[in-house]
Design a protein around this ligand. Structure first.
Ligand SMILES: *Cc1c(COP(=O)(O)O)cnc(C)c1O
Length: 367
């Protein structure tokens, strides 16, 4: 039996006709760029995240970039984040004209280690971007407390953590802004590109609404040099439907994670995901660790199991960031994880037999 890494077809089958009729409504109203369907989704998503505002944008990268811009991050500033994330986190910083500064991660949660922040801040530091990697939030209280003491902004990269919680608070709701991606494979995915910024700050929300629409408050009257970062009407309409199923889909992911745990715990040389007691993990990615990763990846692929690596090269070691001049060895935990991570199939529609098959093949590969 083959098991794909992701199965979007199975995910969309039960809501196919509902989605087609929603697309029909958008066509009937010709509400394609922004408009009422986006506005409705924004209200629903803000409520879901327990915040005052959600602003729909073009994708998660836009969300991060606009959140930084709206807070005045720019030329000469430094923004602290982690090296084990998708490059968009750092790109958003660079595209503002600021410089990404990295701190290493906690070895169990794979998120920002708050104890390392003190060694990373300089008089130029303006903001901190913790990344809620794989669907688990960073340890936010010490990060928020550190930021308060040093007058720094906190922007949450919640692009992998729709519906995740930290001490009862929703991912994205704790910092000055939270940034989401609705790329198709994310826990809440559009039918194309989309993203959102959530915030409780009325002024920041208003500014992002203007920036995402060419800096105009009124058509053809431009207050700022902005950008075209609007969400499509069709994506807004589809996301409203898919948001209703998000809690149930996350619940299923959590059950699959438990099943993997039951099948895979106790093998030496295999580290399973750790759910910190402070929160609720939504398993966007189910990544195990093994020192024989490359060998195991070949073995899994050979037996028809789709696997991924998130991510093979930490950002400070990427060619794109060579100019930062950070030597290998600077972030030993992130670097070790990059060598050892192996992401197993994880999606709400995974079947018990499929989990069984993934586990059997993996265990055979460990022998
Ligand atoms: C997906 C992702 C992004 C970027 O989102 P896009 O919608 O692809 O632009 C940013 N950060 C993280 C951690 C992500 O996983």
């Amino acid at each position: 039996m083959n098991v794909p890494f992701l199965d979007l077809l199975a995910h969309h089958q039960p809501i196919r006709s509902e989605i087609l009729s929603a697309i029909g409504e958008v066509i009937d109203q010709s509400a394609f760029a922004g408009g009422p369907f986006v506005a409705r989704f924004e209200e629903e998503f803000a409520r879901y995240c327990q915040v005052r505002h959600a602003i729909g944008v073009g994708n998660g990268t836009d969300a991060l970039w606009l959140a930084l811009l709206a807070h005045g991050v720019g030329e000469g500033d430094e923004v602290v984040t982690v090296p084990n994330t998708f490059i968009a986190t750092a790109e958003a910083i660079s595209l503002c004209g600021a410089r990404p500064v990295f701190v290493d991660i906690d070895e169990r949660t794979y998120t920002m280690n708050p104890a390392l922040l003190a060694g990373a801040v300089t008089p130029r530091t303006k903001a901190i971007i913790p990344v809620h990697l794989f669907g688990q939030t960073a340890d936010m209280d010490p990060i928020l407390e550190f930021a308060r003491r040093h007058h720094l902004l906190v922007i949450e990269d919640a692009c992998q953590a729709h519906g995740a919680e930290y001490k009862g608070r929703k991912a994205g709701s704790m910092g000055g802004a939270g940034c989401f991606s609705f790329y198709p494979g994310k826990n809440l995915g559009a039918f194309g590109e989309a993203g959102a910024v959530v915030t409780n700050d009325d002024q920041v929300a208003a500014k992002i609404r203007i920036l995402r629409d060419h800096g105009q408050r009124k058509k053809y009257y431009h207050q700022y040099v902005g950008w075209n970062a609007r969400m499509d009407g069709i994506q807004g309409a589809i996301l409203s439907i898919k948001l209703r199923n998000l809690n149930q889909a996350n619940e299923r992911r959590r059950r699959h994670a438990q099943e993997y745990f039951q099948r895979l715990s106790g093998f030496s040389g295999l580290i399973l995901p750790f759910e910190a007691p402070y929160g609720r993990h939504v398993y966007h990615v189910y990544a195990v660790r093994t020192p024989r990763r490359d060998q195991l990846l070949d073995h899994m692929n050979h037996h028809g199991i789709g696997c991924g690596i998130h991510y093979p090269v930490p950002l400070h070691a990427q060619e794109a960031y060579r100019a930062l001049g950070i030597a290998e060895g600077a972030f030993p935990i992130a670097e070790k994880c990059a060598r050892e991570f192996l992401s197993l199939p994880m999606y709400p529609e995974l079947q018990a037999e499929q989990i069984d098959q993934v586990a059997s093949v993996l265990v055979a590969g460990l022998q």
